[in-house]
Design a protein around this ligand. Structure first.
Ligand code: GLC
Ligand code: MG
Length: 729
């Protein structure tokens, strides 16, 4: 941990994220989660143990949305900022279409971290897409990974299935199975999962196979207690009420008084979207059936904005129609207020305070309520609450002891809970006070951050030290190394590294002595396991990077962590079956052994002794079929067909880009055809004295040095030639 405090990187990738008037509710991807991460980022920035917080999201430069989303950096506060990373193009696209771009996101972040010059102490992903990115980065850097799901795919899939959508349709539209797969691995990889409620752990995470491998901590989100201040503060003149809340109060009053004949009575308040599952009808029925309750209190239901019910969606229309019909059926004219519209952000806190002033209660009768934000906001203003026993409210009432839980399907129970509080002034006071205090204790961002930081520091301590630091005190996780090294040596294995053992020992000694600044990789035609065999046989320590199977696979560090983005990059237009098909017609080709055949490498033996034009025949056969490929001929006998985007040289360029290492700082050494394209261009190229004929064409290139020395001695001569270990800074 840095002495001055933690550097936290939070990821929330989809939707439109901006600090200045976020467009909450603009679309399905820009809502509660965006609000949550913005508030959390700001609040964490205030914590004394935190030095800085980056909220990382996707950069969007698209005419259909505000230019704000194209800014790379947007400050949120002194210690917190939004960082935008471009990936998957510039267009604003819905979250379900982002999956294929997440590896690119990881890569771009590596560059960002490298330029920032500081590795974060924690990677925290919000929602599965960002979870994937944060998990990837955390493992590259050996740092803790924290995950907050916000919502989970299995639950959603079950819901959609139960609504009658087909599996196929759900996958087409939401790529839900992919999301679920990602969530399974994210759950497995997370050092810590943060949830808002116990209900979420059981009902959401509980559906996953890796459920029990994870550690969960319930840390509910905070609310803005400056907005949801207690009702009595207005009376005490403690809060200098601004004009807008006074105006909101007058507007609300006027609206409610249109409905009520006895406006001086306390009122029962409900506020929710017009959705069947919110069970508004249950509450109206409870009220309608209980004459005593009607005598002591009015009822007010705010169910969103409505203009013309007949043109609304089916669910909403049904809910609103039923509301009106129940009003008529129980003859609740003069008692039940169902205002047509209200301006959410301004009026809601005032509405809670008015209700508390009247001595009323807040009811959430939903059939199931995952969290219950409105309950917390109402409680914060001093309203006693009555809430469904299914979901998050149970936690709220357990924490605050500020109201009663009810079975939402039992209308008698709803009504008697209302009466119990409304008629008992002492109980009302008790619940009201507990709500105000409890929310401040349990549901303020400040307390969220306290719990969060306690957990994160704990996790940090538990991280296996060996993963983060090697015994010499040097960071071992490959990300640290890759962002720190200044130069990179890449050597081929057969006939370059191997062949002269004393020279090899000398070379390894040089590398070890310069390990701090110089990284080392090998690039070979061998597959990973054959490469490891060779390393072991010659007692060679694990390199930082292995480019195996002619650069089609990249692995990092002693644990051989695969570079997933590279694979993703190669998959483009790769048609191995078609290639094998076409080439099976050519009798002068013989497939190599099974273990050399890889996902992105098809290898043959080719005998060209009698006909040097055979390569042309291979090219023509493939081109006739319009196949895109890269053909590599080595050692006068090997023929590899690779994706057109791959080769050892392309892999080296990819590394240079990914880790921001200039090509000039990379020394590449080889002896045969499959090394050719990495020896060309801006890298420092070295051809050993024992090279094979195919490399003759490189002679004369400015940055390709042909040494007389052979094998590893040639490599050492290359180091000398380029003064590779001098002036490293
Ligand atoms: C290695 C591989 C072989 C490949 C050759 C040239 O020998 O095992 O499959 O064809 O390198 O790249
Ligand atoms: Mg070789």
């Amino acid at each position: 941990m840095a002495s001055s405090g933690l550097y936290i990187q939070m990821f929330s990738i989809h939707g439109l994220v901006r600090g200045e008037s976020p467009e909450l509710g603009r679309d399905a991807d820009t809502g509660g989660q965006v609000k949550y991460v913005l508030e959390l980022a700001r609040a964490l920035g205030e914590h004394p143990d935190v030095e800085k917080v980056d909220l990382v999201t996707r950069l969007i430069a698209d005419k259909t949305v505000s230019k704000d989303y194209a800014k790379i950096i947007e400050p949120l506060s002194d210690n917190a900022r939004i960082v935008r990373i471009q990936c998957g193009g510039r267009k604003y696209i819905r979250k379900e279409l982002l999956w294929q771009h997440m590896d690119e996101f990881v890569d771009r972040m590596l560059r960002f971290i490298k330029t920032e010059g500081r590795v974060p102490d924690v990677f925290h992903g919000h929602y599965a897409d960002a979870g994937y990115v944060a998990a990837g980065l955390a493992s590259i850097f050996g740092m803790p990974f924290v995950f907050t799901g916000h919502s989970m795919g299995r639950h959603k899939k079950n819901k959609l299935l139960s609504e009658g959508h087909s599996e196929e349709e759900i996958n087409r539209r939401y790529h839900i199975d992919h999301r679920i797969d990602v969530e399974e691995s994210v759950i497995k990889e997370a050092e810590q999962i943060v949830t808002s409620t116990r209900h979420e752990i059981n009902k959401q995470y509980g559906l996953y196979e890796n459920f029990s491998t994870a550690s969960y901590e319930i840390i509910p989100p905070g609310i803005d207690i400056d907005t949801f201040y207690p009702y009595y503060d207005t009376q005490l003149d403690f809060h200098i009420e601004d004009e807008s809340s006074k105006q909101a109060r007058v507007a609300l009053m006027n609206e409610l008084h249109r409905f009520w004949v006895g406006p001086q009575k306390p009122f029962i308040l409900a506020l929710c979207r017009p959705d069947q599952r919110k069970n508004i009808s249950g509450l109206i029925t409870a009220y309608g059936e209980d004459k005593n309750l009607q005598a002591i209190a009015n009822l007010a239901i705010f169910a969103g904005i409505r203009k013309n019910i007949t043109v609304m969606g089916e669910n909403e229309r049904n809910v609103l129609t039923e509301m009106l019909l129940l009003m008529d059926r129980y003859d609740l004219y003069g008692k039940l207020a169902i205002p047509k519209k209200h301006d959410f952000s301004f009026e809601v806190p005032e509405l809670y305070r008015m209700c508390a002033d009247s001595g009323g209660v807040f009811v959430n009768p939903a059939l199931v309520e995952p969290f219950g934000l409105t309950l917390i906001e109402a409680a914060s203003c001093g309203l006693p609450i009555i809430a469904t026993n299914d979901g998050g409210p149970a936690d709220i009432i357990a924490n605050c002891e500020n109201g009663l839980l009810i079975d939402p399907t039992d209308t008698n129970e709803i009504a008697s809970a209302c009466r119990a509080i409304l008629v008992d002034a002492e109980k009302w006071e008790y619940f009201s006070r507990n709500g105000i205090n409890g929310v401040r204790k349990h549901y303020a961002w400040e307390s969220h951050c306290e719990d969060y930081m306690r957990k994160v520091l704990e996790v940090q301590k538990e991280m296996p030290a060996s993963d983060v630091m090697s015994t010499s005190g040097r960071p071992k996780a490959i990300g640290h190394r890759m962002t720190r090294i200044k130069k990179l040596l890449i050597t081929d294995v057969d006939d370059t590294l191997l062949g002269d053992d004393p020279a090899l020992r000398k070379l390894l000694g040089l590398l070890e002595a310069n390990r701090e600044d110089v990284g080392w990789g090998i690039a070979t035609g061998r597959c990973l396991s054959m490469t490891l065999d060779a390393l072991e046989e010659h007692d060679i320590p694990s390199p930082d990077i292995i480019l195996s199977s002619v650069g089609t696979e990249i692995y990092y560090g002693p644990s051989h962590r695969p570079d997933r983005e590279w694979l993703q990059h190669l998959a483009y237009q790769w048609k191995p079956d078609m290639i094998k098909d076409v080439l099976s017609e050519l009798t002068f080709l013989e497939l190599q052994e099974e273990e050399t055949q890889r996902r992105f490498k098809i290898s043959y033996y080719i005998d060209m002794r009698n006909d040097p034009e055979l390569l042309t025949v291979v090219h023509k056969a493939l081109q006739d079929k319009k196949i895109k490929y890269n053909l590599v001929f080595s050692n006068g006998q090997f023929l590899d067909i690779l994706p057109f985007r791959s080769s050892k040289g392309k892999a080296v360029r990819y590394l240079s880009y990914k880790w921001e290492l200039p090509l000039l700082n990379i020394l590449v050494c080889g002896d045969s055809g499959n090394d050719e394209d990495m020896l060309r261009g801006n890298t420092c190229g070295l051809v050993v004295g024992n090279y094979s004929e195919e490399l003759e064409s490189l002679r004369g290139l400015r940055r390709t040095f042909f040494t007389e020395s052979e094998y590893a001695a040639g490599v050492i001569d290359g180091i000398r030639h380029y003064r590779f270990l001098e002036n490293i800074q």
